[in-house]
Design a protein. Structure first.
Length: 295
């Protein structure tokens, strides 16, 4: 194994996909003389959507500026399923709105300069430790797809998936099984590395960066928290919504702000030419669930 390249690979991370936001208009009603829904009412609206609109190709989160639950509907939702979602949103009145996206909401497992599994390639997220032993975090849909990982296609195993959660959540904990450098850092590619000292919760409006093995480093803003996404494979809750782009192979990669680890690339639609929206599994929740720690 070429140890001189391991720090970059171990720290390079990012996963997943992004949801391209189109110019389709939101079906928002006038807010004139309409009371702002309370947090409890918006939580109830989310529950109603979960019961009546949870079809593959949809996602929703509370927009803190609009004071509504905005439901994103991708290009695969048509016919009776689209009618179902529209009715569920209409029944919620001023508490919800629909937004169409031209892309397809999906976890993105493919290409990337990082970790190769059994027929899949993803990005490493963050190096962590558990019980004094070295591990790394990546996306759960990656961990579900492969039990062993290499740092090159066809190369020897360097890690074994210990825990993988997907759908529901989207994180995996991989135990290093070979001697490899595992710095607590994110690969910035041509810009060196960003040291990671801690994990933190993302904030709406926070300026963030993500690193992935396909598209390298891109930046943007956190647009929503506690996002629910209905992939074809199932529903994932509690995600971070951003306007950062991502592409296939970025799955599992790192979302961060300075030396703070925030998320693991989960999915979305779009690309880094036309832009997009990407969802991330929060790192603090993944650490708590797996018993791992940073650095």
């Amino acid at each position: 194994m070429n140890h001189s390249r391991i720090p970059g690979r171990r720290a390079a991370l990012a996963v997943a996909g992004a949801v391209v936001l189109t110019t389709a208009s939101l079906t928002l009603q006038s807010a004139q003389a309409v009371p702002v829904p309370s947090a409890a009412e918006l939580a109830s609206a989310r529950a109603e959507l979960n019961a009546h609109a949870a079809v593959p190709g949809t996602a929703w989160a509370v927009d803190p500026k609009l004071h509504k639950v905005v439901v994103t509907v991708d290009s695969t939702v048509k016919g009776a399923r689209l009618d179902q979602v529209r009715k569920a949103v209409a029944d919620l009145g001023d508490k919800a709105a629909i937004k169409r996206t031209a892309g397809v909401l999906r976890p993105l497992v493919a290409g990337g300069d990082a970790i190769w599994g059994s027929g899949v390639r993803c990005s490493l997220g963050f190096n962590v430790s558990k019980g004094g032993q070295p591990y790394f975090l990546t996306a759960g849909h990656c961990g579900k797809a492969s039990g062993d990982w290499s740092d090159s296609q066809g190369g020897g195993s360097i890690g074994s998936t210990e825990t993988a959660e997907f759908p529901g959540h989207d994180y995996a904990l991989v135990r290093y099984t070979a001697d490899a450098d595992h710095p607590s850092a994110v690969d910035l590619y041509g810009g060196g590395q960003q040291s990671i000292a801690k994990a933190g919760e993302a904030r709406v409006g926070e300026h963030v960066r993500r690193s992935g093995s396909t598209t390298q480093v891109h930046e943007g803003v956190v647009t929503a928290l506690n996002v629910t996404v209905n992939y074809q494979e199932g529903q994932v809750d509690g995600l971070i919504g951003t306007n950062v782009c991502a592409e296939p192979g970025d799955s599992g990669g790192a979302l961060f702000d300075g030396d703070t680890a925030l998320g693991l690339t989960s999915g979305g639609s779009g690309d880094c030419s036309s832009g997009g929206e990407t969802f991330f599994q929060p790192v603090p929740a993944a650490l708590q669930a797996t018993g791992a720690q940073l650095p």
